[in-house]
Write a protein that binds this ligand. Sequence first.
Ligand code: SF4
Length: 383
Amino acid sequence: MAHSDDILARAADGDRISDDEALHLYTEAPFHALAEAANHARQRIIGDNIVTYIIDRNINYTNVCTTACKFCAFYRAPKHSEGWTHDNAEVLRRCGEAVDLGATQVMLQGGHHPDFGVEYYEELFSTVKEHYPELVIHSIGPSEIDHMSRVSDIAVDEVIRRIKAAGLDSVAGAGAEMLPERPRTAIAPLKESGRRWLEIMEVAHNHGLRSTATMMMGTGETAAERIEHLSLIRDVQDRTGGFRSFIPWTYQPENNHLKGRTQATALEYLRLLAVARLYFHNIVHLQSSWLTVGKAAGQLSLHLGVDDLGSIMLEENVISSAGARNQSKLGELVNLIRTGDRIPAQRNTTYERLAVHWTPEDDPSDERVRSHYSTIVADLQQV
Ligand code: SF4
């Protein structure tokens, strides 16, 4: 095994490192050297100091689920008195609120309802598209696709063709949890296998539906299993190029059947981000989850290879009074990026930058900064 410094230098320059080398970096590399190499890789890949975020809304259509993952506090078993399903009119109402608050994307997510086959999702997506064609539907994951295939008794390939035709624009990386067999079976014994999750994602990519890839860490998996998770994703990416970003997050140990298990520490999370940046020479974007690891770790992650802080996630229950609240949440996120010594920018689903929050402190010789300010001055003169 090469010394950490050699591996870090090669990875920072874009060389492909092996699984053993990634594990070595994760467990052995000095923290500052790891951070510096990951930051170097981010700079090489992204090319500037901009950190993006997206305004979107997570809309849950049902909490009824037959899969009973042990880590999940959200679901209720069929016939449970607290089970609910929102009809399409309610989903549309929430989409409308999201659009009014500046959202560009919706994440429609829910449980594996025993009655919801492909027909239900076709109706859901086409209804949203008909009323809000401007909203990007970045929703569901391989688990839901697998579920539809079983309920409707049709092949995954056909399910994907139909839901894409109905309006699904992008597949969320949901349901990846931990992909290696041992930790996955321990936390989600009824969910499809990690191999199946990857196979379905590959079919979606081959249909032109791109996606994100996620990872939930902190439910008792080993360091080697975390690296194996990265490896399984990189293999698919080699073949399809369909993953836009990698998004690890930490398991939240409240109100579920895994209560008491150790959550990943902030340091473990930050090290994983840095190793992911160095390992994924073939995935462009890396997102940290400031909503689950907290603002301080989220801000620090911007110096460990992260170029995206994800969503301000318009909230479910407070949405009616959310105008001010979400604005302040947006301000908080922008400030987090700015005080983290990065330049904030709103993006869309495909990471196109919609608005960069330049300030006069940014490089004044940069034409983009100058034109941003001249636009603002022109706007003010028209008032
Ligand atoms: S499939 Fe999703 S909603 Fe159902 S129990 Fe698992 S995580 Fe929860």
